[in-house]
Design a protein around this ligand. Structure first.
Ligand code: BMA
Length: 320
């Protein structure tokens, strides 16, 4: 591979991709991508892989588990697959892009994810304790909304989430999107919606910005975002970062203008959907200050990039 010219704050793992469809152990897959990600209290890394099998009509989600964050064992039975008989099953024909939040106060993981069907794309909420089964809780966003991300603790006594509702009315390829924040007493009923971050502060996010699961740091909530640029050759997805006030997460206290990661390697530039790096969250080690981002490349592979928390927070604060 040709040497990349610019140093990124996120360093790609030299063994990328971590998951490629050719190596999927349970049949012929075309896409293994966009993983939900979380670290368990006992230090395991859990990924919720978005999987599209060759010649299957619908996607599935398989859980992968690792002790070292590099070598994973994939569970054969999907955590989510399409079954119209299941609760919310008739809304749910494309179970990908899970957002996972470990919520210590409730002693469980919450999974928010898009559910796509002929009814449009709404968002579902699940709860799990073991990633073997997930209990369906509620439909928590109307179409079109595919990106709710839950904060890992209550703030001001309420659950808080970020999401990215679609604009409606524009032609699909021009439909823009911004990040909103909202609150709930019980995870089921959401309100007090407010706009938080607007697209278009740099060309790499000219069309859309969307959230990931926020990470608590001493300096504020570190929030990785995706940004979409509309080019004549199609959409290009990059990753960026903003910092939110710990007690008032509706306040942006820092924002990197540069992207953190943009499609540059063959795994990111070529695949089913070219020019995509896409993350649903990241895993931070507050002690070692390492940030690990498991991200989809070109909607085809799973890759890893690591960075230093302080450097990224500083980047947000300085607005580089
Ligand atoms: C988004 C989502 C992601 C995907 C990205 C690029 O809207 O659908 O699953 O990675 O588009 O195709």
């Amino acid at each position: 591979m040709r040497e990349l010219k610019y140093k990124s704050m996120l360093k790609r793992y030299e063994g990328n991709p971590l998951f490629a469809p050719e190596e999927f152990p349970f049949g012929a897959a075309d896409q293994v991508f966009n993983p939900g990600q979380v670290r368990t209290p006992d230090g395991r890394t859990i990924l919720l892989l978005s999987v599209i099998m060759r010649n299957e009509r619908h996607a599935r989600c398989h859980v992968a588990e690792s002790r070292d964050g590099i070598h994973f064992r994939i569970q054969e039975t999907p955590l989510f697959s399409v079954d119209p008989e299941k609760p919310f099953g008739k809304l749910d024909f494309h179970p990908i892009d899970c957002r996972v939040t470990w919520f210590p106060e409730d002693g469980c993981y919450y999974i928010m994810r898009p559910a796509n069907s002929e009814w449009g794309c709404c968002a579902l909420l699940y709860r799990t304790v073991d990633f073997r089964t997930a209990e369906p809780m509620e439909v928590i966003a109307l179409p079109h909304n595919r990106v709710p991300c839950l904060f890992p603790e209550k703030i001001g006594g309420k659950y808080v989430r970020l999401d990215r509702p679609y604009s409606v009315g524009a032609p699909y390829e021009k439909s823009f999107a911004n990040i909103w924040i909202s609150y709930s007493p019980d995870l089921i009923h959401w309100g007090e919606h407010r706009p938080l971050l607007q697209r278009g502060f740099m060309p790499w996010n000219g069309l859309k910005v969307g959230p990931t699961v926020p990470i608590r740091t001493e300096e504020g909530w570190l929030e990785l975002i995706h940004g979409v640029q509309n080019t004549f050759a199609g959409w290009r997805y990059s990753l960026g970062a903003v910092l939110l006030d710990l007690e008032h997460p509706d306040r942006i206290i820092g924002r990197m203008n540069r992207y953190l990661l943009t499609p540059e390697t063959p795994f990111e530039r070529q695949g089913v959907i070219p020019e995509v790096v896409f993350a649903t969250g990241a895993i931070a080690d507050i002690e070692t200050r390492e940030l690990r981002v498991y991200y989809g490349g070109a909607d085809t592979t799973v890759n890893l990039a690591t960075g230093n928390l302080d450097e990224i927070i500083e980047g947000c604060r300085k607005g580089i």
